[in-house]
Design a protein around this ligand. Structure first.
Ligand SMILES: Nc1ncnc2c1ncn2[C@@H]1O[C@H](COP(=O)(O)OP(=O)(O)OP(=O)(O)O)[C@@H](O)[C@H]1O
Ligand SMILES: [Mg+2]
Length: 244
């Protein structure tokens, strides 16, 4: 399998605080890889640093390297990471535009595309087929969607950008169990159709049942890694992350 993303000895500092102490991991084409860890472990920092989106505050210093298909993307302008590498981020807290409708939010995501002029109606249909609730609410202002529906919209928006690699920051957050399983089933369908997925989760049980492989992040360091089966059976991981 080809390696798509390779993070090498990544260190990230916010002022005096070092949030990541040199972590390394990789994601191969077609895989679902999860990065699990508790609050403050550095999960969001990892994703935002890969996309080099600005952190909410504080200047950030990045050391180490991030490679995409073997080439460093550390000096690539952030907007190109999405448009040229077909990578999409579903950030923590969703960040949808509340005063725009569902349809408008989805449409916005197509502006970054470089494939030029392909009819987007087909993409709308695809998103609405995966998330029928969004279809019924296509003209509704997004701020009035439920938390779960907003999460679907955030994933739908990533799909509209024509990504082949999607990174999700705690998509299960705030979702009732049924919606959560729905969301993960949908992500699984996308993976079976060829989408590579990097999933950040605090819900380790759920993440490891969904992913092929995982890494455990603990206060800025990777402390365990392996296949999901291995991690689910690991006594230390069980004790710290799986409720015994
Ligand atoms: N913009 C920032 N400025 C200063 N410190 C930050 C900033 N963003 C994150 N940090 C710090 O870096 C560490 C890692 O934070 P991060 O948001 O990556 O954790 P996380 O694993 O995503 O946690 P959670 O599960 O709560 O979302 C924390 O100690 C946090 O306080
Ligand atoms: Mg986070």
């Amino acid at each position: 399998m080809n390696t798509l993303l390779e993070v090498k000895n990544l260190k990230v500092r916010y002022g005096n605080i070092e949030a990541l102490h040199g972590i390394s991991f990789d994601v191969k084409q077609g895989e679902i890889v999860t990065l699990i860890g508790a609050n403050g472990a550095g999960k969001s920092t990892t994703l935002l640093s890969i996309c080099r989106l600005p952190p909410p505050e504080a200047p950030r210093v990045i050391e180490g390297d991030i490679l995409f298909k073997g080439k460093s993307i550390l000096n690539m302008p952030p907007h190109k990471i999405v448009s040229e590498l077909n990578m999409a981020l579903v950030p923590e807290g969703r960040r949808i535009f509340g005063n725009l409708t569902v349809e408008e939010n989805l449409k916005l995501a197509t502006y970054a595309r470089t494939d030029g002029g392909e009819p987007i109606e087909r993409d709308f249909e695809r998103v609405f087929q995966l998330f029928p609730r969004l279809a019924e609410r296509r003209k509704q202002r997004s701020e009035s969607l439920s938390g779960g529906e907003q999460q679907m919209l955030a994933v739908g928006r990533a799909l509209m950008s024509k990504c082949s690699f999607i990174m999700l920051d705690e998509p299960s957050m705030g979702l009732a169990p049924l919606l959560m399983y729905d969301m993960f089933r949908t992500l699984k369908v996308l993976n079976q159709e060829g989408m590579t997925i990097l999933l950040i989760e605090q819900n380790a049980n759920l993440a490891l049942r969904f992913a092929h492989r995982g890494y455990v992040l603990d206060t800025g360091e990777i402390v365990a890694s392996g296949s999901s089966e291995q991690l689910l059976a690991d006594p230390e991981v069980k004790k710290a992350y799986l409720g015994g």
